[in-house]
Design a protein around this ligand. Structure first.
Ligand SMILES: [Zn+2]
Length: 292
């Protein structure tokens, strides 16, 4: 009995040793792997990415949100001459998920609101300079305004046919800019939370609006946007669960700062953009946005 107890004690100690050794081994290798992977991430330099926000491009007088086709062409010529490559939402998403690389000098070109001149005046110049862009549309503008009064470069919006032509060009990806929250309604600015509603009410209203435009874009174009542009740059943190739930992987703001892109997908939420005001020359604007 005594011996038996001793033998049990002896084998118990051996088992304990094996267990401790196994745990140490697992921690050693796992810890080493974690340390080396974080070192890999840290050693990889983040990528400097300025993003340009345009709206309307037509032959009129330049305004804060209007540039002329000549100004737009000067911008593209400057980018091309200085070796910049416009990147797509797909390229950015691939990069942060470690499925691809970005060009040496990347820039992103975006358009908000879905103006018809993005097709009539912008697309031919994107083709001429081999550039790509994201056009974020407002559902109601396309459904109602564009259908009622189409194809005037100074004020019309893109119809669903126009949007399909942009997609078919292979140069434009479509983003969501809300179905009907591109406004100031009561205390709600853009799609931000109205202070008088609770979180549940806000999430319900935002989901209904964004989902409506996602569904319509899918129905009309057979594509589903991954980019969401906050109207006027008004952001509520409560929007994030809705954004993720609906499958958006990139959100665009109006904060005028550069971006530093890493291999972490989270860095694509809250992309900063510089508004291309028509009041600047190309050189003035480019000097501002490419200053690291
Ligand atoms: Zn807008």
């Amino acid at each position: 009995m005594y011996e038996c107890r001793n033998a049990k004690h002896f084998f118990g100690l051996i088992l304990l040793d094996i267990l401790v050794f196994s745990i140490c081994t697992v921690f050693f290798f796992t810890g080493k792997k974690l340390l080396s992977s974080s070192a890999d991430v840290n050693s990889e330099k983040s990528v400097f990415l300025p993003v340009i926000m345009y709206h309307s491009v037509f032959s009129g007088s330049p305004e804060k949100y209007i540039v002329t086709p000549v100004q737009f062409e000067n911008d593209l010529a400057w980018l091309a001459e200085n070796g910049y490559t416009s990147v797509t939402a797909q390229q950015l998403t691939d990069y942060v998920n470690d499925r691809g690389n970005l060009p040496d000098k990347p820039v992103m070109i975006t358009f908000d609101d879905g103006c018809y001149n993005n097709l009539s005046d912008v697309l031919p110049l994107l083709e001429k300079y081999d550039m790509h862009a994201i056009v974020s549309v407002v559902g109601q503008y396309t459904d109602v305004n564009a259908e009622n009064d189409p194809h005037i470069p100074s004020y019309s919006y893109l119809t669903w046919d126009d949007i399909n032509r942009l997609i078919a060009s292979g140069r434009v990806e479509i983003g969501n800019h809300t179905y009907n929250m591109h406004s100031f309604k009561g205390d709600r600015k853009g799609c931000s939370k109205n202070p008088s509603e609770n979180e549940e009410e806000y999430i319900s209203a935002l989901t209904e609006d964004l989902n409506r435009l996602q569904s319509e874009i899918h129905e009309h174009t057979n594509t589903l946007p991954v980019v969401f542009a906050y109207p006027f740059g008004f952001i509520s943190k409560e929007s994030m669960p809705v954004i993720r739930e609906l499958g958006f992987t990139i959100t665009l703001t109006c904060s005028e700062r550069p971006n530093y892109i890493t291999r972490n997908p989270e860095c694509l939420y809250g992309i900063n953009r510089y508004n291309r005001s028509g009041f600047y020359s190309t050189e003035e604007f480019m000097n501002k946005i490419f200053k690291e």
